[in-house]
Design a protein around this ligand. Structure first.
Ligand SMILES: [Zn+2]
Length: 237
């Protein structure tokens, strides 16, 4: 005498293997966008850093030009006063102009020092800009490559899932339609695992202790036995 559920349960085991793989592949597929987002974010951060450095470079250059302009004006004043010096009539005027010139020259030597520091700063930031540009180019190239890789990987996974789904669809036709639709509902709800093999007295999926009567019913294979706790289909060899 054939046990009514035995054949269906055996086919369901095969189908369950397809579903396990399908769900696993779909999970991998679902992780791809976040993997890509992370790398994109890193490149974006690099781009912002470059922008910041370029801004810093422009500001330092601007400051340098301002100081150079200031120095040029003051040097011009020194020359003007020095010319006036040859034309003054009184000692007092002479001393006053001389004082002005000395003070301007002191200012100018401070300005010169500041300009030298700014030139160093401009050069240092320029070097950083160049380095960051290179880094960004590398990051962008890596991102492009990764995108292509992940796209190829996605396509491959999708093809595999399609092929597995087709095989499963064919196979499930061999199962009693009511049982098949029950299985499909559970597999969807339980994200890929609808059928579990009981070896002792607990449900291997949720670890709940099964009643002796349930364990016996599973062994008899006369009906589909569902775990009271996790609602998966239970079977035994
Ligand atoms: Zn369970």
């Amino acid at each position: 005498m054939t046990v009514p559920m035995e054949i269906d349960l055996r086919i369901l085991q095969e189908i369950q293997e397809y579903d396990k793989e399908i769900y696993l592949l779909q999970e991998t597929l679902a992780e791809i966008p976040s993997e890509l987002a992370e790398i994109t974010h890193q490149v974006e951060a690099g781009r912002n850093r470059l922008k910041g450095l370029q801004e810093e470079f422009k500001n330092a250059q601007l400051k340098q030009k301002q100081k150079e302009g200031e120095l040029a004006t003051k040097e011009e004043n020194v020359r003007k006063y020095e010319t006036q010096l040859t034309q003054v009539k009184t000692n007092k005027e002479y001393a006053s102009l001389q004082g002005e010139i000395t003070s301007l020259k002191a200012d100018n030597s401070l300005l010169e020092e500041a300009i030298i520091n700014l030139i160093d700063q401009v050069e240092a930031v320029q070097k950083q800009v160049e380095e960051q540009k290179k880094k960004l180019e590398m990051g962008e190239a890596a991102l492009k490559q990764k995108k292509q890789e992940l796209e190829a990987k996605s396509n491959e996974i999708r093809q595999k899932v399609d092929s597995l789904a087709k095989q499963k669809k064919e196979k499930i036709k061999e199962v009693n339609p009511e049982i098949a639709s029950l299985y499909e509902r559970i597999v969807e709800k339980k994200r890929g695992v609808a059928l579990v093999k009981v070896e002792g007295e607990v449900c291997p999926a949720c670890q709940i202790q099964l009643r002796p009567q349930v364990v016996n019913e599973i062994k008899m294979k006369e009906a589909i036995i569902i775990c009271d706790n996790c609602s998966r289909i239970l079977y035994s060899e």
